[in-house]
Design a protein around this ligand. Sequence first.
Ligand code: ATP
Length: 235
Amino acid sequence: MLEVRRIQTCYGNIQALKDVSLEIFEGEIIALIGANGAGKTTTLMSVCGLTPPRSGDVLFEGQSILGLAPERLVAKGIVQVPEGRRIFPNMTVLENLEMGAYLRQDKAGINQDLDYVMKIFPILAQRRTQVGGTLSGGEQQMLAISRALMARPRLLLLDEPSLGLAPLVIKQIFDIIRKINQENKTTVFLVEQNANQALKLAHRGYVMENGRITLTDTAANLLDNEQVRKAYLGL
Ligand code: ATP
């Protein structure tokens, strides 16, 4: 579904990504793990064109998506949940969710999806008239994921959904990501520093160090890998 082909991405003179290649098949949950500053967010931003690679290519279903405007990507079904959630703080929960569906015209489908996200995150139904900025961190993350779901993503890009959240909330959010993957066949590309949780959720994983992919395997094998256990799982 997605193929990242030898991309190099720079911030001025700093080369953040060095020859990064990876592939994601339809229906998979892929985790990209690595230390702070390894280049995980840059990889995600390069995929959705926010930090365009200097060379290499990004293909979605065999076609290059480099240089496409964000709304073109959303129309293709590629939807991102950025790090730090970035919901609209002055809009209500319901308005935030409606913003997620801004490219859609199918009112019945939109209402059906509103019901779906409020069913998987019942707290959002309770808070539907509350402004986003007053929600807790976990609730904002739920809202950010739900807003993305309102665009009916085929490929959901998630940047550190666990960041700053309590373990119980992380579990709840990761359980829902699994459910979304299973029920809607949504493909998930998950960037996470929380390697343990991410690999328990994912089918396969990539390990990133200093701007390069250094290891890739099934998530189960990565959880068992001595090097990964020492460096990322604290075992
Ligand atoms: P984190 O988990 O902290 O977000 P990360 O693995 O996502 O880390 P990136 O944020 O992609 O890493 O950063 C990769 C490298 O690029 C780092 O050396 C970082 O300092 C640098 N970098 C990231 N954003 C910028 C920027 N806007 N300007 C300059 N350098 C940047």
